[in-house]
Design a protein around this ligand. Structure first.
Ligand code: GLN
Length: 177
């Protein structure tokens, strides 16, 4: 929220019920525990309306657990929203490297290096032909874009760099043209 509030032309709003989806131009699905988030989406009758909005073109950025929610396939369990042509592996980096940071230069996002914070992160095992791979770690995809969908396995909101938020705001702005 702090990153979004600092961006010009962005008015952040929390989405709590399906009606909130009608007044937004883009949505960030945050990190957390994907099974819990999916259960909450169902409990609050948000899962189906959200899927319909995404299929109709609502730009969505999923970070970490949010990425898992977007995936068409999840290793070993049923998908949730199933809207992005990726297969993910949860908690993929294993116990020893449960959480880690990396400095990376990702030219599509920023002309400066940005910090990537991974917390029990998933990785993308495979991505369909329409998915643009933005970054990999140890040969595994950790950031990708498919049209109006952006997915990052890490947490840009935990850094002091707004580059990813700015990039998503640009994606939303493009969808409004
Ligand atoms: N490990 C979590 C999951 O599988 C994701 C972690 C996160 O969002 N930081 O849902």
């Amino acid at each position: 929220m702090a990153h979004l509030a600092g961006l010009a032309n962005v008015l952040p709003k929390e989405v709590r019920r399906a009606a909130d989806l009608d007044v937004i131009d883009g949505l960030i699905l945050p990190g957390g525990e994907s099974t819990t988030l999916a259960r909450l989406l169902k409990t609050f009758d948000l899962l189906e309306p959200l899927r319909a909005k995404i299929q109709a073109g609502l730009p969505v950025w999923g970070t970490c657990a949010g990425l898992i929610l977007l995936a068409r396939e999840i290793e070993g369990e049923p998908a949730h929203l199933g809207v992005m042509d990726i297969k993910v592996q949860r908690n993929a980096f294993g116990r020893q490297v449960d959480s880690f940071r990396q400095i990376a230069h990702i030219p599509t996002i920023s002309d400066k290096p940005t910090e990537l914070v991974f917390i029990r992160a998933p990785w993308i095992e495979w991505a369909g032909p329409d998915v643009e791979i933005l970054h990999t770690v140890a040969g595994k995809i950790v950031a990708a874009r498919q049209g109006h969908l952006l997915a990052t396995a890490f947490h840009p909101e935990l850094t002091d760099d707004s580059a990813w938020h700015r990039s998503f705001a640009d994606l939303v702005a493009q969808s409004l043209i």
